[in-house]
Write a protein that binds this ligand. Structure first.
Ligand code: HOZ
Length: 428
């Protein structure tokens, strides 16, 4: 499989875009080689600018739950584009979208739309600090909550992929207010609360970690965070940018039956257009301007195109889709494990509903960042490039999750698993 047009575009891109990409993970630094440039997509398939077609497990990093080029989303966006692209003033679709989110996500009574997951988490942190009058934030090692200053400490995703220490440009005065602890470690959070309790505004957590690969919460972890935050007067923020509407209609909080104070959303709620949101208890959300004094705003917030896109996707989903997503992911993961075992390749494969990760590791489990960082990144590179050559596109980083859509049929899984057969036999 050759990609001369991709390579030429990458050369051009590197002259005018830092690293040739608009988001670091895409640069393939985590796997070596040069990025593939894409031009169209349909269902579970994406096609590059050289005409090569791939089965996709990136799903635009999460949003494409019903596959690419989902007709109801296309229709909704096309219709809205002919009416108006943006007003910077209220529209009916924002109200419908907010009603739908409040209906679906158990803890959300009010919601505000923004334009990205980063904006959602930054705004939720400001709200938590404003509500509590406290400065400190607790996050988890390898947790990624966008690139806002307060959250770019021991972060996952591209920060982990590139092996960067905490980013230059984040003022140390601010970073000192971010405390990091190992994921799934309630003793560590208890110790932090013992020392800093009265200063902690919030604990922010991906209820299923997805930015150091997919790591489910251990039994009792989310419940323990709920108890600890309540006891110490801190807010619990679930970052459901990745898990929202993906692991269950009401996100991980519904799946694990734990209610946070604030929730951040993104990805699926935009249907592929740039959208984020944060929401939670009404008495908290009403502390935002214009009712309260905690300020947050945005010219394109609640943009009608993005709202129509997200609304069309969210309202297309029902319980059948979620059982189908879970069934297909379970089949894929089970058969991946069987093939790894048959080839004497040590793996841990974590999955939750429509997301999963393959860790090449001798360890019995992967439950936190130190387990992830001990996995064999070289083996992931070989796996990634082997699968790419067979026409299957996984995330170009060992620290990102894989995503399944409702378009991943049995036939597509069969093709994927045939490719896995070839690649695993080469790795063995
Ligand atoms: N950080 C996101 C994935 N966890 C997005 C990466 C990208 O879009 O390149």
């Amino acid at each position: 499989m050759t990609r001369p047009t991709s390579d030429a575009l990458y050369d051009r891109a590197c002259k005018v875009i830092p690293g040739g990409v608009n988001s670091p993970v895409r640069a393939f630094r985590g796997v070596g080689g040069t990025p593939v440039f894409f031009k169209d997509a349909d269902g579970a398939y994406i096609t590059d600018v050289d005409g090569n077609r791939y089965i996709d497990y990136v799903a635009s990093w999460g949003p494409m739950l019903q596959g690419f080029s989902f007709q109801p989303v296309i229709d909704a966006v096309r219709e809205q584009a002919q009416l108006a692209m943006s007003f910077g003033a209220p529209t009916e679709i924002e109200v419908k979208m907010a009603e739908l989110i409040c209906d679906l996500v158990p803890s959300v009574e009010m919601v505000r739309m923004v334009n990205s997951g980063t904006e959602a988490t930054m705004s939720a942190i400001r709200l938590a600090r404003g509500i509590t009058g406290r400065d400190k934030i607790v996050k988890f090692e390898g947790g990624f909550h966008g690139h806002g200053d307060s959250l770019l400490v021991k972060a996952g995703s591209g920060v982990l992929t590139l092996g960067l220490p905490d980013s230059p440009g984040v003022p140390s005065d601010l970073a000192q207010h971010t405390i990091t602890v190992p994921y799934n470690d309630l003793d560590a959070t208890a110790r932090v609360f013992d020392v800093y309790g009265p200063a902690i505004a919030a604990v922010i957590v991906e209820p299923v970690a997805g930015n150091m690969g997919c790591i489910p919460p251990l039994p009792g972890f989310l419940e323990g965070l709920r108890t600890q935050t309540t006891e110490h007067g801190a807010l619990l923020i679930f970052d459901e940018v990745m898990t929202g509407f993906r692991v269950a209609p009401g996100g991980a909080q519904q799946l694990f039956n734990v209610q946070p104070d604030l929730t951040t959303l993104g990805k699926v709620i935009g249907g592929g257009l740039p959208v984020g949101a944060f929401g939670g208890r009404a008495d908290y959300m009403e502390q935002l301007a214009p009712i309260g004094s905690i300020y947050q705003s945005g010219t394109l917030s609640g943009n009608p195109l993005a709202m129509e896109s997200g609304y069309a996707l969210l309202s297309s989903l029902d319980a059948t889709h979620y059982s189908q997503l879970e069934q297909q992911t379970t089949r894929l993961v089970t058969e991946l494990k069987e093939r790894a075992e048959a080839n004497n390749i040590n793996v841990v494969i974590n999955d939750v509903c429509a997301m999963f990760s393959v860790f090449f590791t001798d360890q019995p489990e992967v439950t936190c960042y130190s387990h992830v960082s001990a996995a064999d990144a070289d083996r992931y590179r070989s796996f990634f490039h082997g699968m790419l050559a067979e026409g299957v596109y996984f995330a170009p980083s060992p620290f990102e999750a894989a995503f399944v859509s409702t378009c991943h049929t049995d036939a597509i899984l069969d093709t994927t698993l045939s490719a896995v057969d070839k690649v695993f036999s080469q790795l063995a």
